[in-house]
Write a protein of this length. Structure first.
Length: 452
């Protein structure tokens, strides 16, 4: 018999099975994640309802409907999103119906703003900033500098260091004040770990200097780094930690950690990554073992490591790129749930959703060309619009108060007065809300119940 005979394989498998049965049972990762979500993403609320004269609306049945999440479930927005055609109008409405945060896919990048030297176009970025403000949607600024040479226009490659510094200063002075008060944050330096263009030409301290200048121009914006493959390649977590610390030591006001991942399809959704299972060694006679795949616990550990820097984490760019629709659905469900369950994570931004303008088209879309959910879209939007929303019916007490537990976010409250009129009001309930007072007013006539 060979050393990897079926008998040896079978004995090994039996021993491994016995060891698993004897090992302590670990809670399923979903159970643990859901418990964290219940603790950190929900609160116990007391809402006091009054009429326009300040009188408590006591002993009324009330419908509570969450309309938007406090957590930043977001999407990157295409530069042509304001076009006036049926698909683009539907695209805008889909954003309003399903997302609570936006980021510019390309419109705020220097690459798009100044394609030719001194030919500047802020039009698409201005339109996005107005759309976000008009609809009370937080907007992430992305990005001030993209540090890879291939994403720097050719006209900049031809400049001397002195000329490049002048152009950079002019760009910062034009960009940052223009969107001050319109963006909540900036991805200041995009992909420093693998991007050397500005460092090679303007010196090793250029990124710290850019952070400082952006902070001077917009003191209220939270300034982020932004790097890719941090969670899918574990050694990059430590590289990233060292990068952030080095920037801070150089005086850069880094206030947030941006984490991209366009390789979500590489994750395992199982509690244990397949390549760590001992019995796989007995299968090597029949072929090489599968490559290690990181699962939910490894992702959580990496987020914990980044969280030790005590900065907010934004999951800034997410795609699961695969023709396998079910794999895309499973991996996105796992990744979204794990990230939502981590206390340092403040947002989760899909890098597009509609196949017609996703940078990977139908290989990564949540919605197909005809506006039908893909399998991944069904899973994602069930989580965002159903599982992690609070909708209920209650009744106010004599003081007009109704108490409930729900997810943090914006709510619409509806009741009917003694005359049968529909009364409505809105309130934002966040961790610091305490008891909130909401004035209910008669709804517009078009929404009132008709007379029989």
């Amino acid at each position: 018999m060979g050393k990897h005979s079926p008998i040896v394989w079978a004995v090994g498998l039996v021993l491994w099975t016995m060891a698993q049965e004897a090992a302590p049972v670990r809670a399923d990762w979903r159970t643990e994640a859901d418990a964290r979500i219940e603790k950190i993403r929900k609160g116990d609320f007391v809402v006091r309802l009054i009429d326009p004269d300040g009188k408590p609306l006591g002993n009324l049945d009330v419908t509570v409907r969450q309309t938007r999440s406090h957590f930043g479930f977001g999407t990157a927005v295409d530069s042509n999103f304001m076009a006036d055609d049926p698909d683009t109008r539907r695209y805008r409405q889909f954003i309003l119906d399903h997302f609570s945060m936006l980021t510019a896919e390309n419109a705020m990048k220097w690459w798009d703003i100044e394609k030719e030297k001194d030919v500047v176009d802020f039009g698409p970025a201005d339109a996005l900033a107005k759309f976000a403000r008009d609809n009370d949607l937080p907007l992430r600024g992305h990005c001030v500098l993209w540090c890879k040479g291939k994403w720097v226009r050719e006209w900049k490659h031809a400049l001397t260091p002195e000329q490049l510094q002048t152009e950079l200063d002019q760009h910062l002075d034009a960009l940052i004040p223009r969107y001050r008060g319109k963006v909540i944050c900036w991805d200041v330096c995009n992909e420093i770990l693998d991007g050397t263009f500005y460092r090679e030409r303007l010196g090793p301290d250029i990124y710290a200097r850019v952070f400082k200048r952006v902070a001077e121009l917009d003191p209220d914006a939270v300034l982020f780094t932004n790097e890719y493959s941090i969670l899918t390649i574990p050694p990059r977590v430590e590289e990233y930690v060292r990068l952030i610390k080095s920037l801070q030591e150089a005086g850069a006001p880094v206030r947030g950690i941006g984490v991209q991942d366009h390789g979500v399809q590489r994750f395992s959704v199982d509690d244990e990554p397949p390549a760590t299972q001992p019995w796989q060694g007995f299968r090597r006679r029949w072929g090489p073992p599968p490559q290690p795949r990181l699962g939910p616990r490894e992702i959580l550990a990496s987020l914990d490591r980044l969280g030790e820097l005590n900065l907010p984490i934004h999951i800034t760019e997410v795609s699961s790129i695969t023709p396998d629709e079910e794999l895309r659905a499973r991996t996105l469900e796992m990744f979204l749930r794990v990230c939502f369950s981590h206390p340092k994570v403040e947002c989760f931004i899909f890098w597009g959703f509609w196949s017609k303008n996703h940078f990977k088209q139908n290989l990564a879309a949540l919605v197909d060309d005809n506006w039908n959910y893909t399998p991944a879209g069904k899973v994602v939007f069930k989580m965002l619009d159903e599982e992690w929303r609070t909708n209920l019916r209650g009744r106010t007490d004599g003081q007009g108060q109704v108490a409930f537990r729900g997810f943090f976010g914006r709510y619409e409250l509806t009741a009917a007065d003694d005359a049968g009129r529909t009364l409505t009001g809105t309130v934002k309930l966040i961790p610091t809300s305490g008891t909130a007072t909401v004035t209910l007013r008669p709804a517009p006539p078009s929404t009132q119940p008709s007379n029989p």
